[in-house]
Design a protein around this ligand. Sequence first.
Ligand code: PLP
Length: 365
Amino acid sequence: MSGVQQPVPSQGGAAVGPRPRQAVIDMVAYSPPTSGRAGNLRLDFNENTVGIPSWLLEKIRARLDAEHLAVYPEYEQIRPKLARHFGVHENELVLTNGTDEAIQLLVNTYVNAGDRVIVLRPSYAMYRFYAQLAGAQLVEIPYHATDLSFPMEELLQALAWQTRLVLLANPNNPTGTTIPLDQLRALLTAAPQTAILVDEAYYEFSGITALPLIYEFPNLFVSRTFSKAYGLASLRLGCLFSRSSNTAWLRKAQSPYSVNGFAVLAAEVLLEEPGYVEEYARQVKSAREKLCQALTERGIRFFPSQANFVLIQVGDRTRLFCEAMRRRGVLVRDRSYELPGCVRVTVGTPDQVERFIAALDEVWS
Ligand SMILES: Cc1ncc(COP(=O)(O)O)c(C=O)c1O
């Protein structure tokens, strides 16, 4: 199941309640297949595949008490710590309920209904989701079909029309490809009145960042997340960075309590122990190499990736392939609805890649 196209409730027949906004009726629903995953090898959502180490979990548990749960969350302590960690000033950072809230916050702050928003295709589904929800005029630019390279010329041409917001992922999901920094610079220069988000959810695996460019370009926004390498997807914590003149608007448009206190507590503990993230990213990069080598040896086509996942071409039976892998306890994601023949596989540790390859060999033969 792709988990993307879901039926929109019918508007005909007897009235069953108030009519929602037209944008809600028109939008494509997004409901990823998040159930029934426990106990399997989770290579379907690009999360941290092993979770934080148990000693670190204990450290978080030891700091949690009833008062933490009873009070509204406070951010005064965590902000300077996060700012130091990311090498920015406190005023250049906004805490968000995952990257998803960062995207929504940008749309809420800068986009009126009917405004032009540019996203690439394929890319992270929530860009389109929030733009459509806001009733924006959505422009989707396809990645180059042959090698999934970044459509720089097409994007520059699209920016000739007044655009409020551009949402880019670097590396991109699901392609795993990156946008060279000189091309990002050219885009930021070409559209100084357009807010441009560079979503760096997979930064820890690519090592490429546009974050220092916020000092050069007042139209740049960069996001990071604790959902991927850090292993906190369920707590929903992210950061959005930009010039302080921009973050002031973002904070004004944001709920004062959108990040929960438990996420803040966990992040404080994790920031004291950054070594485990570096070690996990190192393992993933080594496992990624191992996976690509195994695929090459088997003559299976894939797209080189800078993230913790690889897009693999399995032919026209993607659904059967994913089901066969699931029966062997390995979850992978069918992306054929946007990239024919493609399945996305999250890269975990080298041992997990071995398990994936063993299952692949059974299914492929
Ligand atoms: C490019 C990209 N950005 C953001 C996210 C989600 O991040 P978060 O969990 O911080 O909302 C994902 C998740 O798959 C993603 O692929």
